[in-house]
Design a protein around this ligand. Structure first.
Ligand code: 5AD
Ligand code: SF4
Length: 443
């Protein structure tokens, strides 16, 4: 028996970075325009969308496992539609390989055509199956406005794609060249979000620091931040990711003098050895990176700095790795996202000699994580006895009796309080911490 359109449920899963999360929201939104209602339970879904990531093999394996699981659901309910989209599908040759492996998937889409998802849904209704992957984007894609959900925090794309070609990275191959959205489009998207109750935006770009490089007028990321800072009703502005080579003094000064611009900079170092950085094509040295950190600490002493680090890049010696550990000690990151190098076919590093054995990569990762855990703890313990501004997000996952929120530096805080405080800024006196969380009481 066919269901009413109103009864149809869509479940969307996003893997990978915030870009992927934002794309998944777009896909959900476009399916609601076709009558689907967002839901959580896969067993009850009429449409399941998986927005994929291919940045590391581990992500791909997880996603392949998930797609495999859906086969059973499809056997139980042949009316179920399954859509798989995003970075993994966009890789050269991937569509053929994936569709052979997962014939139960009805819709395949790449990264450049997700905004046409309602059309793909229609076509799947008519033809049964549809697969569409564009080689490149047609134009700078405008954001699909999201329904008025009253979300406290939102991601806003400011640019798409990447021009940096780090030798390990698949992203430029699946997301295309860098394209900046026009400032006025970004500003009006944020104003519309604020009207729905949004209080915090995170501006997203593969490299936000090179925002505007493709404009034929003078306008850069710092100019954009200044404008966003002035939007009435917005409490906080965040951004990610910053490439160290493009982090200008003007940008650091802008953050230092801003009102709602959060004192948090995510500045991936990737490796501490100049030789490894050169082979990664990162276009900076360890010394240059540290000089950027020094400038940040000079102008914004309380800034929280986070990073991404890859261990076991091809040819990384024990000495090279030691240099990474030294930088981690020197910088005092509040958090680090640490990864074992993963070979991505089609990237230059995949063909490099001296690939590092898995057990060595694992061992280095453990040593790095253990050092960073100490650093994260030391960073948070310094906050004990201080009052911090927290944007209250909701009940804590680990203890629903407590509230949770984040500081301007993006540290997670757990404290007792009334649920009516959700969505407001409060001051919390910190009295305890572990490596990941601060604990306190309302002031
Ligand atoms: N292997 C491991 N980590 C990677 N990253 C990107 N490509 C790879 C790869 N091939 C990491 C980088 C990047 C983060 C998003 O993912 O640290 O900053
Ligand atoms: Fe995001 Fe990179 Fe994964 Fe694409 S491959 S979803 S850009 S993390």
């Amino acid at each position: 028996m066919s269901k009413n359109l109103q009864d149809k449920k869509v479940v969307t899963l996003a893997y990978g970075c915030q870009m992927s999360e934002r794309d998944a929201d777009t896909l959900t939104e476009l399916s609601t325009q076709k009558g689907y209602v967002p839901a959580d339970e896969m067993e009850k879904a009429d449409l399941i969308i998986i927005n994929t990531c291919c940045v590391r093999e581990s992500a791909e394996n997880k996603i392949l496992g998930k797609i495999g699981e859906l086969k059973k659901l499809k056997e139980k309910n042949p009316q179920l539609r399954i859509a798989v989209s995003g970075c993994m599908v966009q890789q050269p040759g991937a569509l053929e390989r994936l569709s052979k492996r997962a014939p139960h998937v009805d819709i395949w889409a790449g990264t450049h055509n997700i905004h046409e998802f309602h059309r793909l849904l229609d076509e799947a209704e008519q033809k049964g199956k549809v697969a569409e992957v564009w080689d490149k984007p047609k134009e700078v894609q405008e954001a699909v406005p999201l329904a008025k959900k009253g979300k406290l925090k939102a991601f806003v794309n400011i640019s798409y794609g990447c021009d940096n070609f780090c030798t390990y990275c698949i992203v430029p191959h699946v997301r295309g060249r860098e394209r900046s959205r026009k400032p006025e489009e970004i500003i009006s998207e944020i104003k519309a979000l604020v009207e729905t109750g949004c209080r915090e935006v995170t501006l997203l770009g593969q490299n936000v620091n090179s925002y505007g490089h493709d404009f034929d007028f003078e306008y850069d990321f710092a100019d954009l931040l200044k404008e966003v800072d002035e939007i009435h009703g917005l409490y906080r502005v965040r951004f990610t990711t910053s490439h160290p080579k493009d982090l200008s003094d003007k940008l650091i000064e802008t953050i230092a003098s801003g009102t709602h611009l959060c004192e948090h900079i995510h500045l991936p170092i990737q490796a501490g050895s100049d030789e490894v950085l050169r082979r990664m094509n990162r276009k900076y040295t360890r010394e240059y990176y540290l000089s950027r950190i020094k400038k940040i600490r000079e102008l914004i002493p309380e800034a929280s700095i986070t990073t991404d680090i890859i261990v076991g890049f091809p040819g990384e010696s024990e000495e090279d790795f030691q240099e990474t550990l030294q930088v981690v000690e020197e910088v005092r990151y509040s958090q680090a996202f640490t990864f074992m190098y993963s070979k991505r076919s089609g990237t230059p590093a995949a063909k490099m000699e001296d690939q590092i054995p898995l057990d060595m990569k694992k061992h280095r990762l453990q040593r790095l994580i253990s050092l960073q855990n100490d650093q994260s703890l030391a960073w948070r313990q310094k906050m004990i006895g201080h009052s911090m501004e927290v944007l209250v997000e909701g009940p804590s996952k680990s203890n629903p009796e407590r509230l949770t929120g984040r500081t301007r530096g993006n540290e997670l805080v757990v404290f007792p309080g009334d649920p009516s405080l959700v969505g407001t800024l409060v001051m919390v006196n910190i009295h305890d911490s572990n490596s990941w969380t601060l604990f306190g009481e309302l002031v």
